[in-house]
Design a protein around this ligand. Structure first.
Ligand SMILES: Nc1ncnc2c1ncn2[C@@H]1O[C@H](COP(=O)(O)OP(=O)(O)OP(=O)(O)O)[C@@H](O)[C@H]1O
Ligand SMILES: [Mg+2]
Ligand SMILES: [Zn+2]
Length: 332
């Protein structure tokens, strides 16, 4: 996965905060225990001096016997401290260093590679930007309500909107639960107010919580970012746009909402092609939602884009009556 430098810097800064919080908590615990146990402070200082001396000796060639002696003294002192702590009713490791991640001891690195904890923090940064885009914030599979969809058969689909949408939402739920490398691409197609954005938000939440990087953007804004990075290279706005474009191309799941509402230019068509095609070639999953039919997509974006959307995406058709209008009619 490619990392966006700006988000990685934020993730590292968060890790530094975590280290600082843990160090503060360790100091607090030590003060607390020292207040109760006379002699602990002196023991602790002695241990610290020994640790410094130990690491100094360890680097000096030929310090073998001296090192052995100091190690033994160190163990002895650790034992004394442990006994003292336990006698005061504290856990044996109460004043030890605190690590949020045992794997990398909060360094963020393991064998020169980013540790899983740093990746989680990175994805959380990405997801924070995502959640500011997810409107009300209560979109979840649990809140998804099938009652909004009619039970009378739809003449074209041959089944009721409720039955169709039960399958669609069930597919989305399974998709989110099982998301991983090689997950298919999805195409949400259907009229306005039928829950396309709602279900994308549900998927985004679950997938991001599982630790994958997710980007969510309307087609207008996403394609706009391609344009900005292309035409204002030398300024901050251009750099921001370039970072966003890297997210769109490199994230584990990209949700491109409302395709077909943005203005079509030859530039936006080529940007869309680049986005769709790059993600296909690199085997990254994408969800596209649109009000357009394939004929309209063909007309707007041409065969190169449309054949990819038709051939490489799992089509989910949204049917029913506009829930926005229904809510208004019912005053909800
Ligand atoms: N199953 C559902 N249960 C409860 N509320 C829903 C459900 N589906 C959609 N809504 C609500 O209905 C409204 C319209 O849904 P949404 O925005 O997802 O439609 P859409 O298909 O994306 O429409 P458009 O094509 O206009 O973007 C939103 O306020 C959404 O919160
Ligand atoms: Mg929508
Ligand atoms: Zn770690």
């Amino acid at each position: 996965m490619g990392y966006n430098g700006r988000l990685l810097a934020k993730a590292r800064a968060r890790l530094a905060e975590i280290r600082e919080e843990n160090a503060a908590e360790q100091r607090r615990r030590l003060d607390e225990a020292c207040a109760k146990l006379p002699g602990l402070r002196e023991l602790d200082r002695g241990l610290r001096r020994q640790m410094i001396e130990l690491s100094r000796l360890a680097m000096r060639p030929g310090a073998g016997s001296e090192l052995e002696k100091l190690r033994a003294e160190n163990l002895e002192l650790q034992k004394k401290r442990a006994e003292l702590l336990v006698s005061g009713g504290f856990p044996i490791d109460y004043t030890d260093e605190i690590y949020s991640c045992r794997l990398c001891r909060d360094s963020g690195l393991r064998g020169g590679e980013p540790c899983s904890c740093l990746k989680k923090l990175y994805n959380r940064q990405l997801t924070q930007e995502l959640s500011s885009l997810l409107r009300g914030g209560d979109e979840s599979f649990e809140n998804f309500d099938l009652d909004w969809y009619d039970t009378a058969a739809d003449p074209i689909a041959g089944a009721s909107p409720r039955d169709c949408m039960a399958i669609v939402s069930g597919t989305c739920r399974e998709y989110a639960k099982n998301f991983g490398p090689g997950s298919p691409n999805l195409m949400f197609m259907g009229g306005t107010g039928l829950g396309k954005t709602y279900l994308s938000a549900c998927i985004a939440r679950v997938v991001a919580e599982a630790g994958f990087s997710v980007a969510y953007e309307s087609a207008a804004a996403a394609l706009g970012a391609f344009e900005t990075q292309r035409f204002s290279r030398e300024n901050a706005e251009g750099e921001q746009a370039a970072a966003r474009v890297r997210d769109y191309l490199g994230c584990d799941l990209m949700i491109l909402d409302d395709l077909g509402t943005e203005m079509v230019t030859s530039f936006s068509v080529s940007a869309l092609y680049q986005l769709i095609n790059t993600r296909l070639c690199e085997n990254r999953s994408t969800i596209v939602s649109t009000n357009c039919s394939f004929e309209e997509l063909q007309r707007r974006y041409g065969g190169q884009v449309c054949s990819r959307l038709e051939g490489e995406y799992l089509l989910l058709r949204f049917i029913g009556r506009d829930i926005r209008l229904l809510r208004k009619e019912r005053g909800i």
